[in-house]
Design a protein around this ligand. Sequence first.
Ligand code: UGA
Length: 456
Amino acid sequence: MTVSFVGLGYVGLCTAVAFADRGFDTLGVDVDPERLALVEVGRAPIHEPGLERLLKKAVLSGRLHVSDDLADVAQTDVIFLTVGTPSRFDGSIDTSHVERASREVGAALRSERDMRLVVVKSTVVPGTTRSVVKPLLEESSGKHVGVELGLCTNPEFLKEGSAIEDTFHPDKLVIGGIDGGSVDRLKRLYRAFYGEEIPPTIETTPETAEMIKYASNAFLATKVSYINTIANIAQLVPGLDVEQVASAIGLDPRIGPLFLRAGPGYGGSCFPKDVRALIAFSRERGYDPGLLAAVEKANERQASKVVELSEKLVGSLEDKRVAVLGLAFKKDTDDVREAASIRVIHRLQDKGARVTAYDPMAIPSARRLLGTTVEFAADPKSAIDKADCCIIMTEWDEFRCLKGKDFAERMRKPNVVDARRLYQRDELEGVNVLAIGMGRSSSVQEHPAPDAKVLA
Ligand code: UGA
């Protein structure tokens, strides 16, 4: 079977490269000429561990081709729609890319005699495959879905930073089919891809498959906001440490140990967008999902919590120099979309702070968002030079090279807010450290909060 991907973003590109690596003739289509030019010569347009190596191999082997002409997908057996579904201003998803792709794929298949299978991999709210994609495909192709044309929903669960590994070893496959024949064809493709090691496969309706994706991301986002809430409470109690709380509760199999790292709030291209979309989807249908709204609100507020910690250390931030270490929404990516670092930087700037930032990979993408309002440093050590406070925003291993004496010698005052719990409790000797979720120790010199009343 030959495969094609409409949209070479994170999901499309990583999955296309994985298929080519497994020996499938693969076509990638995108509208962005710069992206295509890079992919064509085996250069990854995004930073993703292992991607460029496999991409080069795929291009050199002749198994991966790219095109800017969507009509070319008509030559492939299985056509994956992997275009983006960005947020609209009200939080709902903008399906215009999915709609256009469906229309164009349908038009390309109009004169095709062989049965093709279209697979919606883009994240879409329940009902989209059946009530948006299907009619558009049928209208533009003149074919009946389930009779002359196959259609399935097959959401993706890969994570940035481990996208390649996740593609080769997913914990499950979810296939939502309009008809049994389409499901069988997609299963056949995955059997050819995974061989003996085919992951557990959930066969269901398109609506359920679409919801599985949202329910999964919204649950993980809930876990993060939950542990951040516990962390904020823990901070109020000397001697209390959220990290130990998380490892202890994580031993209970009903809770599980993962996604309980307290931090500055979740970011990225998925959690914020998907939680908002599920809220909007639900409200449009008359149900207010209060829990999800609280998850989102807690996440927004977490950035202010980080800024409050820095105020506790330095007092007013007006004209203070703050070093922000880490801009990417998590380590091992150059992605700053909806990153907590950006929310924190904006709040610091609102309070009059001057920000110097460093990230091993995300400076070019952050520069596009922040322009010249932030000074970008060449390395972590120069970022903290003469700073009044340093905030660790991304858990990059590289930052661990900074020792207590680096902060003590280089900063104007060695004040550190460890928003990612990168350092162990007593690791930074001689440094004033406030860590997310850790009740302060008596050695930390705190400033009273700006509006705190001093009680006699
Ligand atoms: C997420 C999901 O984990 C994937 O399964 C899903 O396929 C993907 O969204 C998507 O919908 O495409 P991703 O956005 O790459 O993947 O990143 P995660 O590793 O899930 O992290 C999301 C955010 O939560 C990051 O900002 C991270 O720092 C934060 N986080 C995560 C925490 O603050 N604490 C944790 O314990 C875990």
